[in-house]
Design a protein around this ligand. Structure first.
Ligand code: KG4
Ligand code: ZN
Length: 325
């Protein structure tokens, strides 16, 4: 069994995963959303202090697995440096005291593996749209070690743009689920926002311009929150679909996946499902409880890392806040 720790942002989470069949045996996550909501976003030092309390409390609950552990996995990149350190320190301590090796895991790779929690087999090659608070990336994933970035964001990420739109309207944090909820009762065609990067063939994403368009509309129509959310969500999603079509016109894939916190968005899932039907691709999504940050996805990724002997020594494991693929 592998014990996995996730603390890259504001979720403290630990999982225990069986190596032989990738079965998730234990999983617990303590979210700090309420603690950060009054600041309108994550405060790194506060998050680190809360991890220092929550992680040992969760660890206490999975002591029964300690004698069976063959490795300890931990998210070491990318994320907030002060919060990553909390998980890495705990992983090092467990590695020394239980005399088991360390597996450093890339958080973004963890999101990809959220698709395979409780499943012994992975599905590669896979075209993956990663939509989280920190990233918007289109990735061609051929194996654990072969991940090619096809497109990435030039500025804000998809999830971040939802957070900022919610903040501008004073709706709370995190903005994604709130904006989606408001959008359900809104008219998505009320405001005709321009789709970003529509006229350039560049394979990239951009959300800062759309955010500014939304800001101007909020200033003029402060009471039309539902219509603004619905119109914003429609155009934010249309931008993704437009760039995806560009890629699919020149390259075909059998399997497509959306991962990351924002992949929980039902409107996005619906639009991507239409695209997959048009291009005859199977759509893979993670269970809703594993879309946002969690240690179960780190554990599933660690099962493959274990098989490939991706161990790191105590001195070699490094916290890399800004690593990408
Ligand atoms: O993957 P994640 O939990 O953390 C990062 O690794 O960044 O993603 C969090 C992001 C936040 O920006 C949040 O607003 C967004 O995912 N999100 C959503 C939805 N649920 C979460 N965005 C749009 N619609 C949602 N339903
Ligand atoms: Zn994440």
């Amino acid at each position: 069994m592998i014990l996995s720790i996730e603390s890259s942002c504001d979720d403290s989470s630990i999982a225990v995963t069986r190596v032989s069949d990738a079965k998730l045996l234990f999983h617990k996550k303590i979210s700090q959303e309420v603690d950060h909501s009054k600041y309108g976003g994550v405060v790194p030092e506060l998050a680190a202090r809360l991890h220092a309390v929550a992680l040992p409390n969760i660890l206490e609950e999975c002591k029964e697995y300690f004698p069976s552990l063959k490795a300890v996995a931990v998210t070491n990149e990318p994320g907030l440096s002060v919060t990553l350190v909390e998980g890495v320190c705990m992983a090092k301590a467990l590695s020394i005291s239980l005399d088991i090796p360390l597996l450093p895991i890339n958080h973004l790779k963890g999101h990809i593996y959220s698709l395979f929690i409780d499943k012994p087999k992975t599905v590669f090659p896979l075209l993956v749209l990663l939509v989280s608070g920190g990233h918007t990336q289109l990735l061609q994933v051929d194996s654990y070690d072969s991940i090619e970035v096809i497109a990435t964001t030039l500025d804000d990420s998809f999830g971040e743009s939802f957070d900022k739109v919610a903040k501008m309207m004073g709706l709370g944090y995190p903005g994604g689920p709130i904006v989606e909820e408001y959008a359900k009762d809104g008219d998505e065609n009320r405001f005709d926002f321009t789709v970003p990067l529509l006229r350039t063939p560049k394979l990239a994403f951009s959300y800062s311009g759309l955010k500014n368009q939304v800001r101007l509309v909020i200033e003029e129509n402060p009471n039309d929150k539902q219509d603004i959310c619905a119109s914003f969500q429609r155009v934010a999603t249309k931008h993704l679909v437009h760039k995806l079509k560009k890629v699919l016109q020149s390259k075909s894939f059998d399997d497509f996946a959306i991962v990351g916190g924002a992949s929980a968005n039902q409107y996005l899932r619906g639009e991507i499902q239409k695209l997959c039907s048009k291009y005859s691709m199977n759509l893979h999504v993670a269970d809703l409880r594993f879309c946002s940050d969690n240690a179960a996805m780190i554990g599933r990724c660690a099962v493959d890392a274990f098989g490939l002997s991706k161990f790191a020594s105590l001195d070699d494991i490094r916290v890399n806040p800004r690593t990408s693929f």
